[in-house]
Design a protein around this ligand. Structure first.
Ligand code: DC
Length: 234
Protein backbone atom coordinates (compact mmCIF):
# COMPACT_ATOMS: atom_id res chain seq x y z
CA UNK A 1 0.00 0.00 0.00
CA UNK A 2 1.16 3.53 -0.73
CA UNK A 3 -0.59 5.79 1.77
CA UNK A 4 -4.27 4.88 1.61
CA UNK A 5 -4.15 4.15 -2.08
CA UNK A 6 -4.07 0.57 -3.34
CA UNK A 7 -1.49 0.51 -6.14
CA UNK A 8 -1.07 -2.01 -8.94
CA UNK A 9 2.04 -1.69 -11.12
CA UNK A 10 2.03 -3.31 -14.56
CA UNK A 11 5.13 -3.36 -16.72
CA UNK A 12 6.02 -5.06 -19.95
CA UNK A 13 7.27 -4.56 -23.51
CA UNK A 14 5.38 -2.95 -26.38
CA UNK A 15 2.12 -4.63 -27.42
CA UNK A 16 2.26 -7.22 -24.65
CA UNK A 17 -1.39 -6.61 -23.79
CA UNK A 18 -0.62 -4.74 -20.57
CA UNK A 19 -2.71 -1.72 -21.55
CA UNK A 20 -5.86 -3.73 -22.19
CA UNK A 21 -5.24 -5.72 -19.03
CA UNK A 22 -4.71 -2.56 -16.96
CA UNK A 23 -7.93 -0.97 -18.28
CA UNK A 24 -9.97 -4.05 -17.48
CA UNK A 25 -8.50 -4.50 -14.02
CA UNK A 26 -9.02 -0.81 -13.29
CA UNK A 27 -12.68 -1.05 -14.21
CA UNK A 28 -13.20 -4.25 -12.28
CA UNK A 29 -11.46 -3.06 -9.11
CA UNK A 30 -12.49 0.62 -9.14
CA UNK A 31 -8.92 1.83 -9.61
CA UNK A 32 -7.90 4.93 -11.56
CA UNK A 33 -5.77 3.98 -14.58
CA UNK A 34 -2.71 5.79 -15.90
CA UNK A 35 -1.18 4.57 -19.16
CA UNK A 36 2.30 6.02 -18.61
CA UNK A 37 3.31 5.28 -22.21
CA UNK A 38 0.99 8.14 -23.16
CA UNK A 39 3.12 10.52 -21.11
CA UNK A 40 6.22 9.69 -23.13
CA UNK A 41 4.20 9.72 -26.33
CA UNK A 42 2.88 13.20 -25.50
CA UNK A 43 6.44 14.45 -24.95
CA UNK A 44 7.48 12.78 -28.22
CA UNK A 45 4.65 14.43 -30.13
CA UNK A 46 5.74 17.85 -28.88
CA UNK A 47 9.32 17.10 -29.96
CA UNK A 48 8.10 16.04 -33.42
CA UNK A 49 5.89 19.13 -33.71
CA UNK A 50 8.85 21.33 -32.74
CA UNK A 51 10.84 19.74 -35.59
CA UNK A 52 13.51 18.71 -33.06
CA UNK A 53 15.57 15.52 -33.09
CA UNK A 54 15.23 12.66 -30.61
CA UNK A 55 18.38 13.61 -28.74
CA UNK A 56 17.44 17.28 -28.26
CA UNK A 57 17.40 17.22 -24.47
CA UNK A 58 16.45 20.89 -24.17
CA UNK A 59 13.30 20.65 -26.29
CA UNK A 60 12.28 17.26 -24.83
CA UNK A 61 12.83 18.37 -21.22
CA UNK A 62 10.82 21.55 -21.80
CA UNK A 63 8.02 19.45 -23.29
CA UNK A 64 8.09 17.15 -20.25
CA UNK A 65 8.01 20.11 -17.85
CA UNK A 66 5.03 21.66 -19.62
CA UNK A 67 3.02 18.47 -19.89
CA UNK A 68 -0.61 18.78 -18.74
CA UNK A 69 -3.12 15.92 -18.27
CA UNK A 70 -5.13 17.04 -21.32
CA UNK A 71 -2.10 16.28 -23.55
CA UNK A 72 -2.65 12.57 -22.85
CA UNK A 73 -6.01 12.61 -24.65
CA UNK A 74 -4.57 13.60 -28.03
CA UNK A 75 -5.62 10.95 -30.61
CA UNK A 76 -2.36 11.60 -32.50
CA UNK A 77 -0.47 9.71 -29.77
CA UNK A 78 -1.37 6.28 -31.18
CA UNK A 79 0.83 6.24 -34.29
CA UNK A 80 3.96 4.09 -34.54
CA UNK A 81 6.02 7.16 -35.49
CA UNK A 82 5.11 8.75 -32.16
CA UNK A 83 5.77 5.44 -30.35
CA UNK A 84 9.20 5.20 -31.86
CA UNK A 85 10.06 8.80 -30.90
CA UNK A 86 8.64 8.12 -27.41
CA UNK A 87 11.04 5.23 -26.96
CA UNK A 88 13.92 7.58 -27.88
CA UNK A 89 12.99 10.57 -25.68
CA UNK A 90 12.22 8.13 -22.85
CA UNK A 91 15.93 7.28 -22.78
CA UNK A 92 16.80 10.86 -21.75
CA UNK A 93 17.33 10.86 -17.96
CA UNK A 94 16.23 14.50 -17.56
CA UNK A 95 12.95 13.79 -19.35
CA UNK A 96 12.26 10.83 -17.07
CA UNK A 97 13.12 12.89 -14.00
CA UNK A 98 10.59 15.56 -14.98
CA UNK A 99 7.83 12.97 -15.22
CA UNK A 100 8.33 11.13 -11.93
CA UNK A 101 6.22 13.37 -9.68
CA UNK A 102 3.23 13.35 -12.02
CA UNK A 103 3.16 9.53 -11.96
CA UNK A 104 3.82 9.18 -8.21
CA UNK A 105 1.18 11.76 -7.36
CA UNK A 106 -1.33 9.87 -9.47
CA UNK A 107 -0.53 6.63 -7.63
CA UNK A 108 -0.69 8.18 -4.17
CA UNK A 109 -3.68 10.44 -4.74
CA UNK A 110 -5.89 8.95 -7.42
CA UNK A 111 -8.86 11.00 -8.63
CA UNK A 112 -11.83 11.20 -6.28
CA UNK A 113 -14.06 8.15 -6.15
CA UNK A 114 -11.29 5.61 -6.73
CA UNK A 115 -9.76 3.51 -3.98
CA UNK A 116 -6.40 3.21 -5.68
CA UNK A 117 -4.51 3.37 -8.94
CA UNK A 118 -3.17 1.10 -11.61
CA UNK A 119 -0.24 2.35 -13.69
CA UNK A 120 1.18 0.55 -16.69
CA UNK A 121 4.52 1.21 -18.35
CA UNK A 122 8.12 0.04 -18.32
CA UNK A 123 9.48 1.11 -14.93
CA UNK A 124 6.44 1.28 -12.66
CA UNK A 125 7.31 -1.64 -10.38
CA UNK A 126 11.04 -0.89 -10.42
CA UNK A 127 11.28 2.93 -10.20
CA UNK A 128 7.98 4.82 -10.02
CA UNK A 129 6.08 2.68 -7.49
CA UNK A 130 8.57 0.24 -5.95
CA UNK A 131 6.18 -0.15 -3.00
CA UNK A 132 3.18 -1.09 -5.15
CA UNK A 133 0.85 -3.57 -3.47
CA UNK A 134 0.84 -5.78 -6.57
CA UNK A 135 3.32 -5.91 -9.46
CA UNK A 136 2.67 -7.69 -12.73
CA UNK A 137 5.08 -8.09 -15.62
CA UNK A 138 3.20 -8.88 -18.82
CA UNK A 139 5.06 -10.24 -21.79
CA UNK A 140 4.76 -12.39 -24.96
CA UNK A 141 7.10 -13.31 -27.79
CA UNK A 142 7.98 -10.47 -30.18
CA UNK A 143 6.28 -12.38 -33.01
CA UNK A 144 2.98 -12.72 -31.16
CA UNK A 145 3.08 -9.07 -30.06
CA UNK A 146 3.81 -7.95 -33.62
CA UNK A 147 0.93 -10.06 -34.95
CA UNK A 148 -1.46 -8.48 -32.41
CA UNK A 149 -0.27 -4.97 -33.20
CA UNK A 150 -0.51 -5.64 -36.96
CA UNK A 151 -4.09 -6.88 -36.58
CA UNK A 152 -4.98 -3.88 -34.42
CA UNK A 153 -3.60 -1.40 -36.98
CA UNK A 154 -5.45 -3.10 -39.84
CA UNK A 155 -8.61 -3.15 -37.71
CA UNK A 156 -8.35 0.60 -37.36
CA UNK A 157 -8.06 0.93 -41.12
CA UNK A 158 -4.38 1.92 -40.90
CA UNK A 159 -1.74 0.55 -43.30
CA UNK A 160 0.49 -2.13 -41.78
CA UNK A 161 3.13 -4.61 -42.93
CA UNK A 162 3.78 -7.42 -40.45
CA UNK A 163 7.54 -7.61 -41.08
CA UNK A 164 7.87 -3.87 -40.49
CA UNK A 165 5.81 -4.02 -37.29
CA UNK A 166 8.00 -6.88 -36.02
CA UNK A 167 11.16 -4.96 -36.80
CA UNK A 168 9.83 -1.84 -35.01
CA UNK A 169 8.84 -3.86 -31.95
CA UNK A 170 12.26 -5.51 -31.74
CA UNK A 171 14.02 -2.13 -32.09
CA UNK A 172 11.80 -0.62 -29.39
CA UNK A 173 12.33 -3.63 -27.07
CA UNK A 174 16.07 -3.26 -27.46
CA UNK A 175 16.06 0.50 -26.79
CA UNK A 176 13.67 0.24 -23.83
CA UNK A 177 15.58 -2.62 -22.21
CA UNK A 178 19.13 -1.36 -22.81
CA UNK A 179 18.93 2.33 -21.93
CA UNK A 180 20.80 3.44 -18.82
CA UNK A 181 17.86 5.33 -17.25
CA UNK A 182 15.12 3.12 -15.77
CA UNK A 183 15.33 0.36 -18.38
CA UNK A 184 12.49 -2.08 -18.93
CA UNK A 185 13.09 -4.82 -16.36
CA UNK A 186 11.16 -7.38 -14.34
CA UNK A 187 10.90 -6.27 -10.70
CA UNK A 188 12.19 -9.02 -8.43
CA UNK A 189 8.79 -9.24 -6.72
CA UNK A 190 6.67 -9.09 -9.88
CA UNK A 191 4.29 -11.81 -11.03
CA UNK A 192 5.32 -12.84 -14.54
CA UNK A 193 2.38 -13.18 -16.90
CA UNK A 194 3.34 -14.58 -20.30
CA UNK A 195 0.42 -13.98 -22.67
CA UNK A 196 1.99 -15.70 -25.69
CA UNK A 197 -0.64 -18.44 -25.48
CA UNK A 198 -3.33 -16.52 -23.59
CA UNK A 199 -6.07 -14.38 -25.06
CA UNK A 200 -7.15 -11.16 -23.31
CA UNK A 201 -9.88 -12.90 -21.28
CA UNK A 202 -7.53 -15.60 -20.01
CA UNK A 203 -4.81 -13.07 -19.12
CA UNK A 204 -7.39 -10.99 -17.25
CA UNK A 205 -8.64 -14.00 -15.29
CA UNK A 206 -5.11 -15.01 -14.25
CA UNK A 207 -4.17 -11.47 -13.20
CA UNK A 208 -7.40 -10.90 -11.26
CA UNK A 209 -7.02 -14.21 -9.41
CA UNK A 210 -3.45 -13.29 -8.52
CA UNK A 211 -4.45 -9.87 -7.18
CA UNK A 212 -7.36 -11.21 -5.13
CA UNK A 213 -5.12 -13.90 -3.64
CA UNK A 214 -2.64 -11.41 -2.19
CA UNK A 215 -2.15 -11.89 1.53
CA UNK A 216 -3.76 -9.13 3.56
CA UNK A 217 -6.00 -8.06 0.72
CA UNK A 218 -9.03 -9.94 1.90
CA UNK A 219 -8.90 -8.46 5.39
CA UNK A 220 -8.25 -4.77 4.82
CA UNK A 221 -8.99 -3.99 1.21
CA UNK A 222 -11.36 -6.43 -0.38
CA UNK A 223 -14.41 -4.47 0.71
CA UNK A 224 -13.10 -1.42 -1.12
CA UNK A 225 -11.89 -3.15 -4.23
CA UNK A 226 -14.23 -6.12 -4.39
CA UNK A 227 -14.69 -6.96 -8.07
CA UNK A 228 -17.66 -5.41 -9.79
CA UNK A 229 -19.72 -7.01 -12.53
CA UNK A 230 -17.63 -6.68 -15.63
CA UNK A 231 -18.74 -4.25 -18.33
CA UNK A 232 -18.45 -5.17 -21.99
CA UNK A 233 -14.91 -5.72 -23.27
CA UNK A 234 -12.87 -2.89 -24.77
O1 DC B 1 3.61 1.68 -23.70
P1 DC B 1 3.85 2.51 -24.98
O2 DC B 1 4.10 1.67 -26.18
O3 DC B 1 2.75 3.49 -25.21
O4 DC B 1 5.19 3.35 -24.67
C1 DC B 1 5.83 4.17 -25.62
C2 DC B 1 7.29 4.32 -25.25
O5 DC B 1 7.38 5.11 -24.05
C3 DC B 1 8.01 3.03 -24.94
O6 DC B 1 8.65 2.48 -26.08
C4 DC B 1 9.04 3.43 -23.90
C5 DC B 1 8.45 4.63 -23.23
N1 DC B 1 7.96 4.36 -21.88
C6 DC B 1 8.89 4.38 -20.87
O7 DC B 1 10.07 4.54 -21.11
N2 DC B 1 8.48 4.23 -19.57
C7 DC B 1 7.19 4.04 -19.28
N3 DC B 1 6.81 3.90 -18.00
C8 DC B 1 6.23 3.98 -20.32
C9 DC B 1 6.65 4.13 -21.62
Amino acid sequence: MIGRSFVVAIDGPAASGKGTLARRLAQKLNLAHLDTGKIYRAVALKVIEAGASADDTVVATKAAKQLIPKDLDNPALVTDAVASMASKVAALPEVRRQLIDFQRNFSKTPPKGYCGAILDGRDIGTVICPEAHVKLYVTATAEVRAARRHKELLGRGLPSIYAQVLEDIKARDHRDAHRAAAPLAVASDAFLLDTTELDADAAFAVALAYIMAQPGLSSDLSEDISPKAEPSRD
